[in-house]
Write a protein that binds this ligand. Structure first.
Ligand SMILES: Nc1ncnc2c1ncn2[C@@H]1O[C@H](COP(=O)(O)OP(=O)(O)OP(=O)(O)O)[C@@H](O)[C@H]1O
Ligand SMILES: [Mg+2]
Length: 146
């Protein structure tokens, strides 16, 4: 088929919203036995704070993000073999749009929301920029409970 999803790109900010989008991304990749690229843009270090870990530098943030993606690969993605994990420093929307170009992605999968607490927000700023500027179709996952 002309529009198989051979290369599927999905960003995560390590929120449950983004994990729901990731479930769809995995399914789409599996359907075409394609490559799943999961990316995190290290931009606001507080995104990576956990109960005990305090991230002070971008180098530490990058290391922690790599660990979290590897764990996500084992747990939520069932170790799907054709997965690429990408961590880079910078604004997430720009990273995802650039990756979509560089990797020739067939689809970008995104949740409508991430870390923002603003429940009335229709679209987060990362999601909006991806929808506007991605070079390929975008699959948008709205969290019905949000
Ligand atoms: N740092 C990031 N790296 C990779 N993907 C991200 C990152 N931040 C957000 N995303 C992706 O974008 C989706 C939507 O998040 P977005 O940032 O647009 O919403 P928000 O955090 O609720 O709002 P805002 O960031 O505008 O305050 C997330 O579910 C995730 O899939
Ligand atoms: Mg955000």
């Amino acid at each position: 088929m002309a529009h198989d999803f051979k290369t599927v790109l999905c960003g995560t900010d390590f929120t449950e919203h983004s994990y729901k989008a990731l479930d769809y991304a995995l399914r789409l990749a599996q359907l075409a036995q394609g490559v799943l690229i999961v990316a995190h843009g290290v931009h606001v270090l507080s995104d990576l704070f956990t109960g005990t870990e305090h991230v002070r530098t971008f180098a530490e943030g990058t290391r922690l993000a790599r660990e979290k993606l590897a764990e996500l690969h084992r747990t939520r993605l069932g170790g799907y073999a054709k997965t690429e994990l990408v961590v880079d420093i910078g604004a997430p929307a720009e990273l995802l749009i650039q990756l979509a170009r560089d990797k020739n992605a067939d689809v970008v999968v995104t949740a409508t929301r991430g870390r923002s607490e603003l429940v009335d927000l229709l679209l987060g700023s990362t999601a909006e920029k991806i929808i506007r500027h991605a070079p390929c179709p975008v699959f948008v996952v709205r969290d019905a409970t949000a």
